[in-house]
Design a protein around this ligand. Structure first.
Ligand code: ADP
Ligand code: MG
Length: 285
């Protein structure tokens, strides 16, 4: 039989907007000594805003139009920002064969022309040379290519969640190692990690790199809680001792795979979940 304390723990968690999918995860949370987190949507709001548009042999307006056309087929937070910025311009455009290249961006055909929109890794993958100014941008960038030629870039920025810094400090107070894994560029990752005081931060990661980094920590004997929101995060959520999904912004796949769901997306709830686990253990034993 399951001790009463577990029901109390799950109930208390649920009152705090934290959904435990099994009472065993209350125990797992008490043992966590490394919290591994995605950046976008987990520590940052995941609501990007376009900052700047830089065309290369393309008018700004034309570049934004092409970017919005291809991004209209994606639900990535980056895509939503660009489509919102472009406004009501997509009528009459022929948008075909848009594919999401995981960790890179998008490829598709707009009005008969092949368009790429993504990070510099995507351009490199297609052998497209680009303006080095891109590498000097501190913000997240979406680079564009049309018919195999570099066409310019758009910079976008995100905001850190209000309670993220305190949540990281509280984790450190519990002797927990904090790690951030992101597909975003290293300069953006370093900036966020610095502002939050995160112990280790790795950028430019593909979904499979997030898995191997997490597996390496596990091999070192770490008890890992992984927190993510994106569809690409589902494999790491599955691998971690406790897989946690941000429920508000999260993709269905990640929420489905998760052991614990944080309904209001606040990073401080990770700490709350650990504390409720510990409280429950004290009642059970
Ligand atoms: P993360 O959530 O850690 O940023 P993702 O795997 O979702 O990781 O994305 C990694 C990177 O791939 C993004 O930072 C971006 O550079 C690029 N990318 C992914 N999807 C898109 C998209 N729809 N449009 C442009 N770039 C994208
Ligand atoms: Mg993500």
């Amino acid at each position: 039989s399951i001790p009463l304390g577990y029901f109390g723990g799950i109930g208390l968690a649920s009152k705090n907007g934290i959904l435990f999918k099994g009472s065993n995860f209350l125990d797992v949370m008490t043992k966590v000594n490394a919290v591994v987190m995605d950046k976008t949507g987990t520590l940052t709001k995941g609501v990007f805003e376009v900052q700047k548009v830089v065309g290369n042999n393309f008018e700004e307006k034309e570049l934004v139009l092409l970017a919005a056309a291809i991004e209209s087929k994606s639900t990535h937070p980056i895509a939503l920002a660009i489509v919102r910025y472009a406004g009501d311009v997509l009528n009459g455009l022929k948008i075909e064969n848009v594919e999401e290249v995981s960790g890179h961006g998008l490829k598709g055909i707009i009005n008969g022309k092949t368009v790429l929109a993504g990070n510099t890794k995507l351009l490199q993958k297609h052998g497209i040379t680009y303006d080095s100014a891109i590498d000097n941008e501190a913000d997240t960038i979406v680079a564009l290519a049309v018919e195999g030629s570099y066409a310019g870039y758009i910079t976008i920025a995100d905001e850190i969640k209000e309670d993220a810094k305190q949540a990281i400090a509280d984790m450190h107070g519990l002797n927990i190692l904090t790690v951030m894994l992101s597909g975003d560029k290293q300069s953006v990752v370093d900036k966020v990690a610095g502002l939050l005081g995160i112990d280790q931060a790795f950028g430019n990661l593909l979904p499979e790199d997030k898995v191997s980094r997490t597996a390496a920590l596990k091999k070192e004997g770490k008890h890992i809680a992984f927190v993510g929101d994106g569809v690409n995060d589902a494999p790491v959520v599955a691998l971690a001792d406790a897989g946690i999904a941000m429920g508000g912004l999260g993709s269905d796949a990640t929420i489905e795979t998760a052991d614990i769901v944080i309904q209001n997306d606040q990073p401080s709830k990770i700490v709350t979940a650990i504390k409720i686990g510990k409280l429950t253990r004290n009642i059970v034993w």
